[in-house]
Design a protein around this ligand. Sequence first.
Ligand code: ATP
Ligand code: MN
Length: 504
Amino acid sequence: MVTLFVWLKSGTILHPRPRAVISSLVMRLKKGNVLLFSFGLVSVWLFIIVLTPAPDATHKSSYHRELMADLKARHDSVTKPVGDEKSHKKVKMKADDTNLVDSHVKISQKRDKRKKVNEAGHFVPKKVKVGDKVSLKSSKNETKPVTVQWEANLAVLHKAKTKAAYTKLWKKAASWVQSDQINLPGAEELGSILHGMSTAKIKKADIGYKGTQLKARLVLEGGQMVVFKPKWYRRDEVMTGNPYSGKDRHNGEIAAFHLNRILGFNRAPLVAGRRVNLLTEVFPVATPTLNATFTSQNNNTCFYGKCYYCKPSDPACAEGDIMEGSLTLWLPAKYTLQRWKHPWARTYRSSKKARWEEDDAYCDEVKKTHPIERQRLLLDIIDTAVFDYLIGNADRHMFETFEADEDPMLLLLDNGKSFGNPYWDEGSILAPVKQCCIIRNQTWTILQEFKERGLSDAMRQVLSHDPVSPVLSELHLQALDRRLIDISEAVNVCITEKGQAVLM
Ligand SMILES: Nc1ncnc2c1ncn2[C@@H]1O[C@H](COP(=O)(O)OP(=O)(O)OP(=O)(O)O)[C@@H](O)[C@H]1O
Ligand SMILES: [Mn+2]
């Protein structure tokens, strides 16, 4: 206004004649108005652009914007330094947020308790060397001597702290991936790598890559990709209905990895359990696509991801912010996978039977088909049937191999549909064993050893090292022993009928 006044005044001084002064004044006022109006318009526009945050394209609904703001606020409050009384009080004063603060406090207390348990020996494995004899307590409380080469290498010899140390661990694991096995039996670094998987900082998080089930892809410190499968069920929850019902069991993935290892298959990628804080470990590093699926139910943080079965009404929920899950180490990118239909796949329809369900001579035909005409794959399919019968997995509809291999091995990927019902032994899973009547000699020898020693004892012992132990309920562990007897009987029937030629 002052500028305008000075400007108008200066105009009158320069034009002494009154008419000329008035007309010049009108002209100037018009010009001035236009100028002023434009100036105001630009200022308002600039104010809107510069000061107002741009709307996020991924957050479509206002509900979701609110949720994101809430998660962000909770994330900020959770990441405030623990023990900082001031910041705690400040957060507590947020009227609508007291429950969240309470749950955070409870979690840190729980964590401390867990730590004490760890110090008492839970995570610290016994120092045993490869091939040592140790005593395992059986379920009947008697002690049996057991060779524990599959337990000794669970000792954490090195706790990685730096990026370089993590990278070294991932490189070691990648070096084990070969055409005939993907983990190295007896390698002493196994414990350190599994420990690294459950401790490495999560650098990125994204939705799952393939498949129908909810999962997340994480990139760990040092650049290693892993698949995160969330916990859906309590350990004692029983899956009923058909033999493949329910969602993936993350604890099943962990147990299956170790079983694959101790049975000498070494064809499953490394799996470790982990409890992640969705709010502080995943949310800040997640892609917008994954973040857009974050939600909350009864004060628990949840996510529903993006996959065939993923839907907002059915998210996986953490306890508070802490979500338990399994991490599966991604295979090195240089190995391209090839996917095949499993010859003993189910139809997934009660009205339609598969060929193998009706034709006991089915195996003779399978033997002629590509790529199974190679004996390696057929024997791998038999091993897999033994493995799946033990873990109760009736969902091996496909299998994968390394594309580059001429005579490839069957990779034991996706073992999540396992340990669903400890009361039920799904006999149909053994169809390949019964119909082909062959088995690897090595597998047969190992199975017999475990029949003597107790498979459940061995599994109980190795699984006790996992961070989310107990991985399996007692009922599931005992089911392993019972199912092993069934397998043994099935093979013995073949041996009685066909002699030692059954053993390959
Ligand atoms: N550790 C891994 N390394 C490399 N590729 C993997 C790994 N785990 C899974 N994959 C790839 O991702 C695909 C999907 O994984 P997975 O089978 O566990 O998911 P899913 O949702 O259970 O799938 P489906 O619905 O087919 O049963 C696998 O078929 C495989 O191609
Ligand atoms: Mn699956």
